[in-house]
Design a protein around this ligand. Structure first.
Ligand code: NAD
Ligand code: SER
Length: 326
């Protein structure tokens, strides 16, 4: 990120990724320079006090533009979205937030000459016809969820705004993100977070995916690092823009349960697949992220063992302090 970027807005700032990205951005750029925006209040009192907040529905272009103008925003991290499982429950809402919301962000970026915009995509951009192992950067994008459809459209729109209007838009295809601060917001990979809370609370978990469902995943510190690094990358070196494949680890629920059992030997996991199984079955098992590595030096720090150890350390401490809320 260049020195000239100093008035930042984070949409979806109350969500799983937004709430943690907000903390990192406020630490780096100063609380007053990083505006949190969402349709719900921030989950953490510390975040509520560390900088400004605006109620902002990204589907309302006039509201969005007024906020950008009022706060003199020059950079947006656009994290507001409806995720895969919730999207299947309400496809119209997913279309409205993910398509119209993203379009509004890009139009606002164009009209207000913003310096840079971050818009994440997802492994949900892929579909059952995509090669599922070491999924290539350039490949078949025929998702079968409304969420995936909106993510592909978002990637294409971002490229269009780069080529046609010179708007600097960046983003990566996140795998499932695992974290311990704000619960995930209704995705297919949410089991990989819930399993840790239940392991610490009850030593039992009923997983909504089959034991052998392999999916790409990433620990939150790596996710945050990827956002910060991509936003600071030299634009002239980027051949891709908002569609970088990103990988850190891949595992099945059974493998994750076995890793947890190394720390909690009597942890028991049952499997009761629901509608999310079909979504997971349409996504890749592992990702080839060579383009991100070459173009902006991407390299993850956490594998399955390191992530599991850290998650359990944090949640066990929180349980002992009586603060394990999920
Ligand atoms: P989340 O569901 O935890 O948070 C989304 C936030 O958006 C919520 O706080 C919600 O209140 C807000 N929101 C919903 N509708 C809105 C609207 N109309 N206007 C403004 N805000 C609205 O999601 P997340 O996991 O933090 O995801 C952030 C981004 O990362 C999304 O684009 C998502 O697709 C992408 N992503 C996430 C994951 C993951 O595993 N978490 C994986 C791949 C991609
Ligand atoms: N974690 C997200 C989901 O499951 C992937 O984009 O929807």
């Amino acid at each position: 990120m260049t020195d000239t970027m100093k008035r930042i807005m984070v949409t979806g700032a109350a969500g799983q990724i937004g709430s943690e990205l907000l903390k990192v951005l406020r630490k780096k750029y100063g609380g007053d320079n990083v505006l949190a925006a969402d349709i719900q209040n921030l989950p953490d009192p510390e975040l509520r006090e560390s900088g400004p907040f605006e109620f902002c529905d990204v589907t309302k272009r006039d509201v969005l533009e007024a906020i950008v103008r009022r706060h003199d925003i020059d950079t947006i991290y656009h994290l507001a979205a409806i995720l895969s499982a919730n999207g299947e429950k309400n496809p119209r809402l997913a279309w409205d937030v993910n398509i119209n919301g993203t379009y509004n962000i890009l139009e606002t970026a164009r009209d207000h000459h913003l310096i840079r915009v971050y818009i994440p995509s997802s492994i949900a951009a892929f579909g059952p016809e995509t090669p599922r192992e070491a999924t290539p950067q350039e490949t078949i994008l025929r998702p079968k969820t409304i969420y995936g459809v909106t993510k592909v459209a978002g990637e294409l729109l971002a490229d269009y705004y780069v080529q046609r209007y010179n708007v600097d838009v960046r983003g990566s295809r996140f795998p499932g993100i695992i974290s311990h601060e704000t619960p995930p917001g209704g995705g297919t990979t949410d089991y990989a977070v819930a399993i840790f809370y239940e392991a610490v609370k009850a030593k039992r978990y009923t997983c909504f995916l089959r034991a052998d469902t392999r999916l790409p995943m990433m620990y939150m510190p790596d996710c945050l690092k990827s956002v910060m690094d991509l936003m600071e990358a030299d634009f002239s070196r980027l051949r891709h823009h908002a569609d970088f494949n990103l990988a850190a680890m891949s595992f099945t629920p059974a493998e994750l349960a076995a890793e947890i059992r190394k720390h909690i030997p009597d942890f028991a996991c049952e499997y009761l697949p629901d509608f999310r199984q079909a979504i997971a079955d349409s996504w890749p098992m592992s990702i080839d992220d060579a383009a991100a590595r070459e173009e902006w030096g991407w390299k993850p720090d956490y594998d399955l063992a390191a992530m599991t150890k850290d998650m359990l350390t944090v949640l066990t401490r929180r349980q002992a302090e009586g603060r394990l809320n999920y």
